[in-house]
Ligand binder design. Structure first.
Ligand SMILES: Nc1ncnc2c1ncn2[C@@H]1O[C@H](COP(=O)(O)OP(=O)(O)OP(=O)(O)O)[C@@H](O)[C@H]1O
Ligand SMILES: [Mg+2]
Length: 1051
């Protein structure tokens, strides 16, 4: 009877990997019984707890024994090894299958979280699939007296919605295998190879074969295995002859693609974000799970979108259908992966709710045997009855006997099919075995190249032997001395490997890319054991020398990351340099890599992840004649920060059109998305070429056609947009004292390059925009509190624009945002000039200066953004939305403390405007007369003061005491102003010092000169600093002395 079975869900957390250990990652996951808690690393009091059917702690508390097996440190420890995971999950799957239920096991989690480790395993740490097969055949043998068992094994991969048969003996069909639907069987893959197996060893060998196909498919198609789903299907048939029952069950074992791809947040604002098929299966799986979870909660009329992807078609019975299903969600323990881990847990939580209806299966064929047997039994009975009754007619008996033989033959035919299949498979297996044995022998005799893949499951699978003599490595399979390889950027003849006098060397063929240990080579280069080779764009191999050179080295450290780090180091990017940048900018000493900021490490690992992708994108662009070039850049986000802090970095990809030097900047997420789309376009193009070539071979067609793509669907193209070239910081402190500031600030690009010099002024002014006088300078900025503050920003000129020096047909704009203004302001565009005049003035008013604004002025800078324009792109426009204006037309900042907005909103009509203007004029006149009177009084007081105290000083003292103080204070303010100005120029000097670096090509002499220059700059800086401080001290001392003198006279 069909009961309801909820999908069982397990979570497993793996140990830190190398990257995480190096980064000094913190574990943000904890477990107790079957609950798991995850802590937000930025907000440690934010914790989320989830409960599942099983929770496996495989993070710590383990040792690696002599056989390489990971086991609990002490008996009964909390570490969950492969065995305990199998006992809970695998055993259940096996028991269900033996009972005749369909069973499915899905592994879900982000790339590198341990899906393949749990499913397939590594080395001696066998995963669920091999152990399940082992136990299955044990059970088969144990039950062989009572039932005959048949096991068929299939293995397939879904990549980009194409199904690839991993056990196929023939070549791969273009476009992959088709998924069909059958009334009885549901969805199935047409033509998928089913290999009969009778032992676990055979299954293991088939898996090895499947992995080999997967590896070659991945390199040929330039596909990333993390984005493919692997399905292993084991069909189990149990024929119980005595009971006349046949039970049949399908076991689906699914290693899903890395889950991080489906998060939409990463694909911010790409116009082609929906275009790719790469995510379809995983996204649809998510939708199916969500819909099923909704259905389980009782929501009515839920549509389950099984038909939307290949994966969900094939898993239809596993999800919400006739199957007992288990999901293992794998997690990284590290703080860097918090977001992904949380999303995995949420996904698993939803999957928990799915309800299936599993039934014991009887296959139609077996029913037929059963029916045939039943019919035979009836026939035998009839025959015997006829004999007993003596009513035998010869005709009837003959017919009954014919029917009996026919039925028996049919039964035999059905049953012998299996034996035949098995015999055929045996021959196949023997051939394969011979190849494997041959390979093992070759490994003991010759040097070879071992493939290294991004996915550790696929590393070390392909071996290219370099026997004595010259060997042509490349696409060509033409000669007997060719070693054919495929991959992006591989030429027909790519390189020649020579094995001579027990030495191996490689010589690149003209125009072919060959890298050895991170550096490109042009000439014959001798290889050493464990050298790293990259052929073409990204075919990576480890060179394994002659057996006598090998020793007991651990090759596992030369993983894919190692290759890419080597490339990054050749470009001058490694963790210490990133840290130096950071410590230089923050003024702190350099940090050890063990204490490296995780976000910085994440940037480094992103960088090395993107290196091969960028190389591949360039290769595709070249092959498809797209005329664009991609380059990785590390952006310093500090440039957009108004306090110059938060020195986070991010990666961007600069795209340049080779023909007209147009430039685009893509975010990391956008580039990754585009790279998938480029691959799709590239493969389509290659397929069309192949078809055209084969048509040409058959005398049809007219050679290769180029795929024509509409521009708006072309992943290599984008409409032009203004580019953020860099930023300058104009510090606002002077405004807090109402001191005008005139500066020449450097606009720095994201990589620290000088993009331009900007002349800017900050001018405290009256509400009407008139400049303030010296007497308006404040000694104590808190005097501003609650009062109106007006200032103008005057952008005068931009000089030495690098953007314009590169190409003349460009323009620039300056953008800025002040305090709480909701919009950015932009200067009008200026074109075709490397030193354009801007002459742009904006007036800002704070109606009642708040403490917040004052803090902002004292600690922040105005970030002036330099935007680059290219012909054909629209200018940046200042939007006035949400802005409020004073009656004089200046922009209001510090709105929270501004008086009633209705008073300040733009007057509704011109008459309103006029009347408020009039009122203002009156106010101003009054203020002017007050001001004039005060000035008069002020100057007469000064005169009196200069004359010194007269004999009637005693009387004057009382009157003048109050008015003398401002005079001394004004002197102090002037002194401070001078000091402030010298500090501003010193700050610029300090910035120059920080950026002062030796040229990359500098030799020893160059370095000496650099050191001399650096010491001179430092000395100058020190002297200037000393001078400024001394001047201030002297000024203050003089002021204090004067004050004392005066008070001495009067007191
Ligand atoms: N429980 C574990 N114990 C020890 N090592 C583990 C464990 N889980 C994963 N690892 C290691 O982490 C690495 C990545 O694991 P794995 O290849 O299983 O990731 P994945 O989820 O399959 O990634 P992808 O999506 O790229 O295929 C491997 O080197 C593996 O050995
Ligand atoms: Mg994997």
């Amino acid at each position: 009877m069909a009961g309801k079975d909820c999908v069982k869900v397990a979570v497993r957390v793996r140990p830190f990997n190398k990257r995480e250990r190096e980064a000094g990652s913190r574990c943000v996951v904890s477990m107790a019984a079957n609950t798991i808690t995850i802590q937000d690393p930025r907000n440690p009091h934010v914790r989320r707890t989830f409960t599942f059917d099983y929770a496996y702690w495989s993070h710590s508390g383990f040792v690696r024994n002599r056989d390489g097996l990971f086991a609990a440190e002490e008996p009964g420890g909390r570490y969950a090894d492969q065995g305990s995971v199998f006992n809970d999950l695998g055993q259940g799957i096996l028991e269900n299958a033996l009972q005749g239920y369909n069973a499915t096991l899905l592994a879900y989690g982000q790339t590198g979280s341990g899906k393949s480790y749990s499913m397939v395993g590594y080395g001696p740490n066998k995963g669920l699939v091999p152990t399940l097969c082992e136990r299955l055949f044990q059970a088969v043998r144990a039950n062989q007296d009572s039932c005959q068992c048949q096991v068929f094994f299939s293995m397939l991969e879904i990549y980009n919605e194409q199904v690839i048969d991993l056990l196929s003996r023939g070549g791969r069909s273009l476009g992959g295998l088709r998924v069909r639907e059958d009334q009885l069987r549901g969805f199935y893959v047409e033509g998928l190879r089913r290999v009969p197996c009778d032992s676990a060893a055979r299954v293991e060998q088939l898996m090895e074969q499947g992995t080999r196909t997967r590896t070659t498919a991945a390199t040929h198609m330039n596909a990333n295995s993390s984005r493919s789903h692997m399905l292993i299907i084991a069909q189990l048939k149990q024929i119980f002859s005595k009971e006349n029952i046949t039970k049949q069950s399908n076991i689906n074992l699914v290693d899903l693609a890395g889950s991080e791809r489906q998060r939409s947040s990463g694909l911010e604002a790409d116009r082609l974000k929906e275009g790719t098929a790469i995510n379809v299966s995983l996204t649809t799986l998510g939708n199916v799970i969500s819909s099923l979870a909704d259905a389980a909660l009782g929501k009515k009329a839920v549509h389950i979108p099984y038909r939307d992807s290949v994966l969900t078609k094939l898993l239809q019975s596993a999800l919400g259908g006739n199957s007992r299903t288990v999901m293992i969600a794998t997690l990284s323990p590290s703080d860097i992966c918090y977001e992904e881990s949380l999303s995995t847990l949420r996904y698993a939580e939803r999957a928990k709710r799915i309800q299936n209806k599993a039934v014991v299966n009887e296959s139609p064929t077996e029913r037929l045997v059963k029916e045939l047997k039943a019919e035979n039994a009836k026939l035998v009975l009839r025959l015997s009855r006829l004999g007993q009754e003596g009513r035998k007619t010869e005709e009837e008996t003959k017919e009954l006997r014919r029917l009996l033989t026919h039925n028996e033959m049919q039964i035999k035919a059905i049953q012998t099919l299996w034996e035949q299949h098995l015999q055929e498979a045996l021959k196949d297996w023997e051939m394969q075995y011979a190849t494997i044995t041959q390979e093992r022998r070759m490994m003991q005799m010759h040097p070879y190249m071992l493939n290294i893949n991004e996915d550790p499951q696929l590393s070390g699978v392909v071996k290219l032997f370099i026997q004595e003599g010259d060997w042509d490595v490349g696409l060509s399979e033409g000669t007997s001395r060719a070693i054919p390889i495929k991959g992006l950027g591989i030429q027909e003849r790519h390189a020649v490997f020579t094995n001579e006098d027990r030495r191996v060397s490689v010589t690149p063929v003209a125009g072919a890319k060959v890298m050895v240990n991170g550096l490109p080579i042009m000439y014959r280069t001798e290889l050493q054991h464990l050298d790293r080779l990259i052929l073409g764009s990204s075919s990576t191999y480890l060179f394994i020398g002659f057996p006598c050179e090998r020793g007991a080295d651990d090759w596992s450290r030369y993983d894919y990351d190692y290759f890419q780090s080597e490339l990054a180091a050749a470009e001058g990017i490694h963790i210490p340099t990133l840290c130096e940048d950071q410590s230089q900018a923050s003024g702190e000493p350099s940090v050890e890599s063990s204490q490296t900021d995780p976000s910085l490490l994440a940037v480094f690992y992103d960088y090395i992840k993107l290196i091969p992708m960028v190389t591949e994108a360039n290769q595709m662009s070249q092959e498809l004649s797209k005329g664009v070039e991609f380059k990785l850049e590390i952006k310093n986000l500090a440039m957009s920060d108004c306090r110059g802090r938060d020195l986070e970095k991010d990666i961007a990809v600069r795209v340049t059109s080779l023909e007209n030097k147009q430039v685009w900047m893509w975010s990391k997420a956008k580039f990754i998305n585009r790279k998938f789309l480029m691959e799709e376009v590239y493969h389509q193009q290659k397929q069309q070429q192949q078809q055209a070539e084969s048509a040409l071979g058959e005398g049809q067609g007219s050679g290769s056609k180029r795929l024509v793509l509409a521009r708006d669907r072309d992943p290599f193209w984008d409409p032009l947009e203004p580019l953020h070239l860099g930023s300058a910081h104009l510090w606002l402190q002077s405004l807090a004292f109402r001191i005008p500031l005139e500066e020449q600030v450097e606009v720095l690009g994201p990589e620290g390059t000088e993009e331009a010099i900007l002349q800017a002024q900050l001018l405290p002014c009256s509400p009407m925009g008139l400049p303030l006088g010296e007497e308006d300078i404040l000694i104590d900025p808190t005097e501003l509190l609650g009062k109106r503050l007006d200032f103008q920003l005057f952008l005068e000129q931009c000089c030495g624009l690098r953007w314009l020096k590169e190409a003349k047909n460009r323009g620039v704009q300056i953008g800025l945002r002040v305090y709480d203004c909701p919009q950015s302001f932009y200067t009008p565009a200026v074109w075709h000039n490397a030193n354009p005049l801007l002459e742009h003035r904006v007036h800002f008013s704070a109606m009642r200066t708040s403490q917040d604004l004052l803090n902002y002025l004292q600690s922040s800078a105005l970030v002036l953004e330099l935007w680059g324009l290219q012909e054909g792109c629209a200018d940046m426009v200042s939007s006035l939305e949400g802005l409020r204006l004073t009656p004089e037309g200046s922009f209001i900042i510090d709105k929270a403390s501004a008086p009633d907005p209705s008073m300040l909103e733009c007057p509704a009509s011109v008459s309103d405007l006029r009347s408020s203007l009039r009122a203002l004029h009156q106010d101003m006149e009054q203020l002017r007369s007050v001001n004039a009177a005060l000035r008069k009084e002020n100057s007469s007081l000064r005169e009196q003061l200069n004359r010194g105290p007269g004999p009637e000083g005693g009387r004057g003292r009382v009157e003048r005491h109050g008015s003398l103080r401002p005079s001394c204070d004004a002197e102090l303010a002037r002194a401070l102003k001078v000091f402030y100005h010298s500090m501003t120029s010193l700050r610029a000097q300090l910035q120059r010092l920080r950026r002062h670096r030796p040229s990359e090509e500098a030799d020893l002499l160059g370095l000496r000169l650099f050191v001399d220059e650096q010491s001179r700059l430092l000395r100058d800086f020190g002297e200037q600093l000393e001078l400024s401080v001394t001047a201030l001290k002297q000024d203050v001392a003089t002021i204090v002395r004067r004050k004392r003198e005066r008070s001495g006279i009067w007191s």
